[in-house]
Design a protein. Structure first.
Length: 492
């Protein structure tokens, strides 16, 4: 834009200061403007093509976003299903834990009963041993008594003992003794029968207790196996729960990552398209200005041509009038007449056009502040890995005045992910396109599509977005965005 304006200014100066060569200068200026306009139109045509490509890319991205939304819906349903399964699994785990607690209590009760039965079996064994010993002793005594009875002839010996009494008192004594002996034998027999019966009962009790203990033992073992199975089932459920949680986290992470990538891609396409549109607007403005100046030059050239034609006509008429006067007055021919007057050709001194910068010095510093971080590879303070720092950071306190680095059109004015509040301006300088970026701003004073001039206030620096402290992040992209270069190579 500066080169074009300089060319137009030179053409105007030449037209006003050099009337003799005005037509030639106007033609040259118009040719220069035509060339500029054609170049701008060609660039605009290329931008149109790029914009169409970006539109196709945007549609493709929107299609992918639609697919992603469907996928998100599917994944969300899967996550809900997993949540339901997790809820059911947690309920099952609670139920199993309750059952295990109840089983443990039952096992404890059965263990106590088994211990009681074991103690009772030991007691019965001792009682059985005592009874058996007593029965064995009686058996020995009864055998001895039976042997004596057999040897003495059975019950008749008792009669002999009774009738062998010497007196009635002796008879009574002997009768009592015999009755006592017989009662003792009877008691022994009855005790023996009772002990044998008790022994049989004790044996049956021992057998029943033994059977009960074995049954209880079998039941306890079954309970233990059931408990072990329940424990294993609980472990399996916990493993399933862990796996489901892992799957859920993986799905969520994948969903967020894919969503972020698509959003970033969409933002990139839209930003690129905004930049193309802004550059198109800038070129349209340049074309309109050039065409306006061309029209003025053409009008001036026409007016100049008409003026010269009028002067030539008047000169021709004057010449004809002089010829007629000379033919009527021959005496005037003897006098020396001066040659027709003609305007001397003035010497033309051309003033060279002011040179415009074609590299460094085309931008002014956008805000006050010392450099806190240079352009280039560095260890990122937030993401913690090496990456390109695509601009220069100026340590500017929050609220420091921010100005446009050069004339241009605002392509972006708003929030941009890690950049925070951001302004991007599209420039057309010396026949080349540039984009400048101003990030982490506290406030923005311009809007997208707005034309700005160099040094115009566009906002204030800040600490928004991915920033570790108040500063201005400034980028320069020759040829358009996504081509970052060291801004210090372009600043005054």
């Amino acid at each position: 834009m500066k080169k074009l304006a300089s060319g137009i200014l030179i053409a105007v100066l030449i037209l006003t200061t050099l009337p003799v060569d005005t037509e030639q200068v106007s033609a040259e200026s118009i040719d220069t403007l035509d060339k500029e306009i054609k170049e701008l139109e060609q660039e605009k045509s290329k931008l149109d093509e790029e914009n169409n490509k970006l539109e196709d890319k945007k549609k493709d991205t929107e299609s992918k976003l639609g697919q992603n939304k469907n996928k998100q819906s599917t994944v969300e349903q899967e996550i809900n299903t997993i949540d339901d399964k997790l809820s059911k699994t947690q309920n099952d785990i609670s139920t199993k834990e309750s059952e295990i607690t109840a089983t443990n209590n039952e096992i404890e009760e059965l263990t106590n009963k088994i211990n009681e039965l074991a103690d009772r079996i030991e007691e019965l064994k001792e009682e059985i041993a005592i009874l058996q010993d007593r029965i064995n002793k009686r058996d020995a005594l009864l055998k001895e008594r039976l042997r004596a009875i057999q040897q003495n002839g059975g019950d008749m010996k008792y009669i002999e003992v009774i009738f062998g009494a010497n007196s009635f008192g002796d008879f009574i004594s002997r009768s009592s003794a015999v009755n006592t002996i017989m009662d003792q034998d009877k008691d022994i027999m009855e005790a023996q029968a009772a002990d044998k019966k008790a022994l049989e009962a004790s044996k049956k009790e021992v057998e029943a207790s033994k059977q009960e203990v074995e049954t209880k033992k079998f039941a306890v073992e079954d309970k233990k196996k059931s408990l072990e199975n329940q424990k294993q089932e609980l472990v399996t459920l916990k493993n399933q729960l862990d796996k489901q949680i892992s799957e859920k986290e993986t799905l969520m992470a994948s969903l967020k990552e894919e969503h972020g990538e698509l959003e970033e891609h969409k933002m990139s396409v839209e930003e690129e398209q905004q930049l193309i549109i802004a550059e198109e607007k800038a070129k349209e403005q340049a074309i309109a200005m050039a065409q306006g100046q061309k029209g003025e030059l053409e009008q001036q050239a026409k007016e100049e041509a008409a003026r010269k034609a009028e002067e030539a006509r008047k000169a021709e008429e004057a010449k004809k009038s002089n010829s007629s006067s000379n033919s009527n007055s021959s005496s005037a021919e003897t006098k020396s007449s001066p040659s027709p007057s003609s305007s001397p050709s003035p010497s033309v001194s051309s003033t060279p056009a002011p040179s415009s910068s074609s590299g460094s010095g085309i931008f002014i510093k956008p805000a006050a502040g010392a450099i806190s971080s240079h352009y280039g590879m560095r260890f990122h303070p937030i993401h913690n890995y090496n990456k390109l720092h695509a601009g220069t950071d100026f340590a500017s306190p929050i609220g420091t005045t921010l100005v446009a680095a050069a004339d241009g059109v605002v392509s972006t004015a708003g929030w941009m992910s890690g950049y925070g509040n951001t302004i991007m301006i599209s420039h057309y300088i010396n026949g080349k396109s540039y984009t400048t970026l101003y990030a982490h701003l506290n406030s923005i004073s311009v809007s997208s599509g707005q034309a700005v001039s160099q040094g115009q206030v566009i906002g204030a620096t800040g600490n928004t977005g991915g920033s570790t402290g108040p500063h201005l992040h400034f980028e320069v992209h020759p040829g358009g965005y996504k081509n970052p270069q060291n801004p210090m190579n372009y600043l005054n």
